[in-house]
Write a protein that binds this ligand. Structure first.
Ligand code: ACO
Length: 268
């Protein structure tokens, strides 16, 4: 898309990041220049937002300067600096934002998550299917330090679904009850499974050790009881008879007589 001003004076790179100031992240200039550039970027954002809505058959644009000023979204703007007699042209936009979502995993469990979402993505018709969308998307992934399957996609078009499938192999969708689409890999399935296995294992181990302790306690009380019972016969029959103090045992002090509590020779 062409504009009647020099885009190379606004954007220093093929892809620039713009947030709610409507200034490129690498902007350098005084207040007067900042205000001038911000109004040109606002014009670019409005025009590309409208073109994106038209391409997606939407009644209202998802992306506008007004919305960008009031939201904490990141807008990536790609230009081709050589076109329009060296004034450059805008190739595409990609808008990302974090949303608080309630999301269903494969088991139907709901997760409340702050989620990075693809909100709007558009490559100008004259440039589509030439690989530029992938370059822009990869730039965003690196900038956000993420991978495609960790993103939620806001109501993707068929072309975007085809794009995600072709370039990133995303095919298996987790159905949601909102406009967002999630793909397999969004939730930490392996970690979830292994952590539930781990907790299952832990509960098994604690149940097992509880059981073992019970058995041990039980055996101990049986032993104690036996020992007590072993001792009980002493209360009956001949064992009840008075046993004279074994002085030899005291002298030997080897305990073999059962009088091992006797003082040693040293009186210890
Ligand atoms: N029909 C079907 N698939 C398409 C089309 C199309 N018209 N355009 C792109 N694709 C998919 C295909 O998988 C294609 O591979 P193929 O040519 O081998 O079939 C692949 O994307 C091409 O990849 P790129 O060239 O890297 O992508 P491109 O520069 O075309 O950008 C984009 C992709 C942004 C989806 C672009 O096609 C576009 O602007 N489409 C119209 C607007 C749109 O639908 N945007 C997504 C809205 S949903 C959202 O923003 C959350």
């Amino acid at each position: 898309m062409e504009f009647n001003y020099n885009l190379n004076e606004i954007f220093q790179n093929y892809i620039s990041k713009v947030c709610n100031t409507l200034l490129p992240a690498d902007f350098n200039g005084d207040r007067k220049r900042a205000s001038h550039v911000a109004s040109q970027v606002a014009d670019i954002v409005d025009s590309m937002g409208l073109a994106s809505a038209k391409a997606q058959g939407l009644h209202h644009p998802i992306t506008s300067a007004e919305k960008s000023r009031n939201c904490d979204h990141t807008l990536y703007i790609m230009i081709d600096p050589r076109e329009n007699h060296g004034n450059g042209s805008v190739v595409g936009i990609l808008k990302m934002g974090v949303k608080h979502l309630f999301l269903f995993d494969a088991t139907g469990m709901v997760h409340e998550k702050e989620t990075l979402c693809v909100l709007d993505f558009y490559v100008h018709e004259s440039k589509q299917r030439t690989g530029l969308g992938k370059i822009m998307f990869d730039y965003m992934l690196e900038d956000k330090d993420t991978v495609p399957c960790k993103l939620a996609i806001d109501k993707p078009s068929q072309t975007f679904l085809s794009f995600l499938n072709k370039h990133y192999g995303l095919a298996k969708i987790y159905p949601q009850n909102n406009n967002f689409v999630l793909f397999e890999g969004f939730f930490d399935e392996k970690r979830d499974v292994s952590s539930s296995l781990e907790s299952l294992e832990n509960s098994y181990v604690s149940e097992k050790s509880r059981h073992e302790k019970e058995v041990r306690d039980n055996n101990q009380s049986v032993t104690d009881r036996r020992e007590r019972e072993d001792y009980l016969p002493h209360l009956y029959g001949r064992h009840t008879a008075f046993k004279p103090h074994d002085t030899m045992g005291d002298i030997i002090g080897d305990g073999s007589t059962g009088h091992n509590q006797s003082p040693t020779r040293n009186g210890e």
